[in-house]
Design a protein around this ligand. Structure first.
Ligand SMILES: Nc1ncnc2c1ncn2[C@@H]1O[C@H](COP(=O)(O)OP(=O)(O)O)[C@@H](O)[C@H]1O
Ligand SMILES: [Mg+2]
Length: 266
């Protein structure tokens, strides 16, 4: 089977060691594996060529998502499922679905301009963030109306979310099929480049992760959890994350992809 990874330019620009090892496992199982960055090619949109038996979407750019959509429409097998990636990428659809699934998540609104949240912030602190945000860009904590008024100009749609009080560190939860890992790390603009400290996965976190897995239809994903006094609260769902800090994720990721390949072959 030919398996093609749709990749993104990394910072720094070196291949992900986890992906290199995943590819090694897939090749050892007899598959042909390649990968390229959609932004690096001029791709025909009027006639999309499905050249691989399975595509693995490992990029979160608008460009890669559009191309994955076109591949999906042309009958390609995209992993994670393209529709599931869209659900996760858009924080409006993700918030609604998590509530339906019974995954603990804060109250969430969508707004075009920050000042629309004036009454809400009167009732308690809010997080304001872009609806298709990534890596924490444009995430603001506002405590009151004056902080809301002082926000820099932001383009909507915006996610307005109840701020969840936590220990000052995120619990980054990573999932590959039935396997769930968790690491703790402080969140900042560059935290995606750092591994966290592995910590045990509690039954509550495992349950939330598996509800997201089945409800969204994702097999390789992560959730960002705030460990609040009221229990874990999921504030973000990400398809195919980096698994930084997880012990030996590559064989499990590869096995998850091999299981998807067996479904495609069948
Ligand atoms: N509702 C919230 N309450 C508390 N902290 C939050 C909330 N939403 C986001 N954060 C913090 O901001 C970080 C980035 O927000 P997130 O929703 O994960 O956006 P991104 O898609 O950019 O990763 C989170 O990892 C978390 O530390
Ligand atoms: Mg996040």
């Amino acid at each position: 089977m030919k398996i093609t990874f749709l990749l993104t330019r990394r910072v720094p620009d070196v291949p992900s060691p986890v992906l290199v090892e995943v590819a090694r496992h897939l090749r050892a199982a007899g598959h042909e594996v390649d990968g390229w960055i959609p932004e690096d090619r001029l791709l025909p949109a009027h006639e999309v060529q499905v050249e691989a038996d399975m595509y693995v979407l490992k990029s979160h750019t608008e460009h890669a998502l559009s191309y994955a959509a076109a591949l999906h429409d042309a009958g390609a097998h995209v992993v994670n499922d393209y529709g599931a990636c869209l659900l996760a990428q858009d924080k409006v659809t993700a918030a609604r679905l998590m509530r339906e699934l019974g995954v603990p998540t804060p109250d969430t609104w969508v707004a075009q301009r920050p000042e629309q949240a004036a009454d809400l912030v009167g009732e308690g602190p809010l997080i304001i963030k872009p609806h298709r945000g990534h890596r924490g860009a444009g995430v603001h904590l506002v405590q009151d109306r004056s902080e809301l008024a002082a926000l820099p100009a932001m383009d909507g749609p915006l996610i307005v979310q109840r701020h969840v009080p936590g220990p000052g560190e995120d619990l980054k939860v990573y999932v590959a099929g039935e396997t769930v890992w968790a690491v703790r790390k402080t969140f900042d603009a560059m935290s995606f480049t750092r591994p966290g400290r592995p910590v045990p996965v509690t039954p509550e976190v495992y349950e939330a992760a598996q509800r997201v897995r089945h409800g969204f239809g994702l097999e390789l994903f992560g959730v960002d959890v705030i460990e609040s006094p009221d229990g874990p609260m999921v504030v973000d769902v990400n398809y195919f994350p980096g698994y930084k800090g997880c012990p030996e994720p590559a064989p499990v990721i590869a096995e998850t992809l091999l299981a998807a390949a067996r479904v495609v072959a069948a």
